[in-house]
Design a protein around this ligand. Sequence first.
Ligand SMILES: C[S@@+](CC[C@H](N)C(=O)[O-])C[C@H]1O[C@@H](n2cnc3c(N)ncnc32)[C@H](O)[C@@H]1O
Length: 293
Amino acid sequence: MKILGRSIGRFAVRPGAHSTGRVSGWHISHLPFSRLLGKTVYMTEPAVNRLRALLDPMPASMDTSHGYLDLLEARHEVPDTITQRLMRSSVVPVIYERAWRPLLGRLAKGLTGPSMAGERQYVRGQLRLKPGHTVLDLACGPGNFTRDLAGAVRPGGLVVGVDASPTMLARAIADTLDHPEVGYLRGDAERLPFADASFDAVCCFAALHMFGDPWAALDHMIRVLRPGGRIALLVSHRPESGLGAAIGSAIGTASGQRMFGQNEIHDALAQRGLTDIRQYITGFAQFLSASKA
Ligand SMILES: C[S@@+](CC[C@H](N)C(=O)[O-])C[C@H]1O[C@@H](n2cnc3c(N)ncnc32)[C@H](O)[C@@H]1O
């Protein structure tokens, strides 16, 4: 297809060994994952155009040769913790949705915490999603929540999955073939590349505690949320006292993740002017949601 390597407006499609065709005027990229799975990975024109419209500042060019918009340099710096290394590995993204996340989630939430289906129901409900809404799924991993959120904003909505890990995003797009209202972008949570008030809702699950600067990321999430929009977070929880406090601290040390105190995120949301804050603590996990005034 002639479109490869051609500049379309301000959107430059980089020539790549894996790029082989196009759909609806945009190129198709065959990725290692998609070859393994026998699938074709592509970005649809509506998703790309809508995603582009949210960017600020607009980059001079964007690499799409891997099937997602890549706004990070190849060797982007993230904290060098064991958890971050696992997120960038080639193995964890493959087993993440079916095994890794349900298992570690259960250990963190405890026996009485919600199932994965319960988490998805919680997010949809707390974000108060409607057809046509534009949603940010920050630290989307392999798109396990991104795809579900897309079902709640259909028709006419858009869910943008952002993650820093190329292997997680490769898995995400390989699994998102039948969701034209989903777009993926490789970016840093601590400097989100979107215009103010771009999103009706923001979801950031199981990630804030692994960011180098969670407060910068929280500021960006609130900045890109429109007034009246909802934010939903799943973060770590360190019990205040007893055996739980000791175990919580040990988990933090072993994993390199921050263990947030019971009031830390709640107070951070309140200090930033958010209202209608709801919090649900279960085991070493806490769910929070809030509205931007
Ligand atoms: C545990 S996964 C969460 C995936 C999904 N949200 C969930 O709840 O299952 C955490 C994700 O955060 C991403 N991540 C870590 N630091 C990041 C950063 N600074 N910017 C964007 N993504 C980041 C990792 O690559 C990983 O995919």
